[in-house]
Design a protein around this ligand. Structure first.
Ligand SMILES: [Zn+2]
Length: 513
């Protein structure tokens, strides 16, 4: 029985409302085998557990560990040669990316996440070639990488049944390309295909194999409306409901996806999902930039969650999501770094600030714009609700799993911070990753003073440098040529795709100013 007491100058156990964190001054958290037993003053904790290991952080704020609610890959697309395009073109530009062993790749971004205070990630995997066994092997590597580092992960393998490159059938798109190019592309897209039943079989197998692993859980992910058939969506929803796991689904990330839904269903993508009966608290919509007012009401009424991917929306020219409207409607909104944050890393502290600033619309009413407490809630408790860990994470309350980060006040605020600014407001706006001194996950310390306790980061990074420092393999060279040749055809596909109305997400349409 592992008992641990962690004391800090401030313990932020959770967020009471959008203006108010719950803070225990000189507080302490007692955990037993990774589960929080009690919070309060250290003397009371010692009475409950006199022989517990005690760790003291007298100059720190302890926050619930952050949840990155939307993540896909380790090395960033930019690192691997893909610049920021509009999303639909960016898919094509990613075709030439180098392949890296998934253990190393997963660890790479996990290091960045944990160093910025993230303790749980929603890993939405996909695009693996080679059929069922290869995909199962890839998923296992990703899961084992998180387990070995001591990081909590909610894992799903995204279901893509169709329209793998553009918003039409693979066969139709490939048939319109010049013959050798069309054939080569078709071959590549086919290598990523999996019979629908195998997606559910993969979920079942990974779930069975995950028994006994406390850090990882398996859930489901219909990748996006254009990637799924209605029958597929219904089957995934049935599986999710019967197994009691959540789903995460990209939706309405771009105006092109809004138009795709109109062409396919004659209504909005969200209304279509609602009519299919797949919305609810078990469903998280990733992005949702192009939701309209009625869509947002449906989301609020059904208790559906949203994941806000602020950096990604900027980088891939998706648009500005109506976060302030979501908040006003009381929707559960998590926060996702997606492929990479605004600085091409996975810095959650930077993402908090971005979301805080971006939605400061003109006006004077403070209730209209994000608060620091609200942003922290998105990145902790609300984010947790979008994962398979639900309300077992996201707060430092008795009964929840002990995941926390310790932020060094002096490092964050040196040489001065006026006390008129509340502690959490100062940290959200000023703390950089260098101030994250310790991270606990499942009651274990996994990161301390810039070092990971279970894996040698320097060794992993140097292995990555060595592998990717070698020239491209013949397969990588061929795929790069294919990607570059296909790119202009993808761009051509979307010419004239949108109706003539101006590109205006609901956020802009609803602005008073
Ligand atoms: Zn995504």
């Amino acid at each position: 029985m592992a008992e641990l007491i962690v004391q800090a100058r401030w313990v932020v156990t959770g967020i009471k409302d959008r203006h108010t964190p719950i803070v225990i001054d000189d507080g302490a958290v007692l955990s037993r085998d990774g589960v929080i037993v009690a919070t309060g003053q250290i003397d009371d904790m010692l009475k409950l557990a006199p022989t517990a290991e005690v760790r003291k952080y007298p100059d720190h704020a302890m926050l619930p560990g952050f949840v990155n609610s939307h993540h896909h890959v380790g090395m960033t697309p930019l690192q691997l040669g893909s610049p920021d395009h509009a999303l639909e073109l960016w898919f094509a530009s990613r075709m030439p990316a180098r392949r890296l062993d998934l253990t190393l790749d997963t660890l790479y971004s996990a290091f960045e996440m944990i160093a910025s205070g993230v303790t749980t990630v929603q890993h939405i995997h996909g695009w693996m070639p080679g059929g069922y066994d290869a995909i199962h092997g890839a998923a296992t590597k990703v899961l084992n990488a998180y387990r070995s580092l001591g990081m909590r992960a909610s894992y799903c393998y995204a279901v893509r049944e169709q329209n793998r490159l553009v918003y039409e059938a693979d066969e139709d798109f490939c048939a319109r390309l010049p013959a050798p190019l069309g054939d080569r592309l078709h071959h590549l897209l086919k290598s990523q295909a999996l019979p629908f039943d195998d997606f559910l079989r993969l979920f079942d197998q990974l779930s069975d194999e995950n028994v006994g692993h406390g850090l990882t859980r398996i859930q489901l992910a219909p990748a996006n409306l254009h990637w799924c058939t209605d029958d597929g969506l219904l089957a995934i929803n049935e599986k999710a409901t019967s197994r009691g796991v959540p789903m995460h689904m990209h939706l309405l990330e771009t105006a092109y996806q809004k138009e795709y839904a109109r062409r396919r269903t004659g209504k909005t993508a969200l209304r279509h999902l609602h009519d299919l009966g797949v919305l609810g608290a078990h469903m998280t919509i990733g992005h949702g930039v192009w939701l309209n007012g009625e869509d947002i009401d449906i989301i609020a009424d059904t208790g559906t969650c949203i994941c806000h991917n602020c950096s990604s929306n900027f980088r891939l020219r998706s648009g500005l999501a109506p976060l302030n409207v979501w908040e006003a409607k009381g929707i559960t909104v998590g926060m996702g770094l997606d492929e990479a944050g605004i600085n091409d890393d996975r810095d959650m502290l930077s993402e908090l600030r971005l979301a805080l600033r971006v939605h400061r619309t003109p006006g004077m009413d403070e209730d209209e714009v994000p608060t620091c407490a609200q942003i922290v809630k998105m990145a902790t408790e609300a984010g947790g609700m979008t994962t398979s860990f639900g309300n077992e994470i996201g707060r430092l309350d008795a009964g929840r799993l002990f995941d926390a980060c310790l932020i060094n006040w002096t490092k964050a605020t040196y040489p001065f911070q006026d006390p008129d600014i509340p502690m959490l407001d100062a940290l959200v706006q000023r703390a950089k990753t260098g101030a994250v001194d310790a991270v606990f996950i499942n009651g274990e310390i996994v990161y301390e003073d810039g070092r990971f306790t279970k894996i040698d980061r320097d060794a992993v990074l140097s292995e990555i440098a060595e592998i990717l420092g070698k020239p491209r393999s013949p397969e990588e060279i061929e795929r790069r040529e294919l990607g570059m040749a296909v790119f202009p055809h993808v761009k051509k596909f979307y010419e004239g795709y949108l109706p003539d109305e101006p590109l205006q997400p609901f956020y802009a349409a609803s602005s008073r100013v």
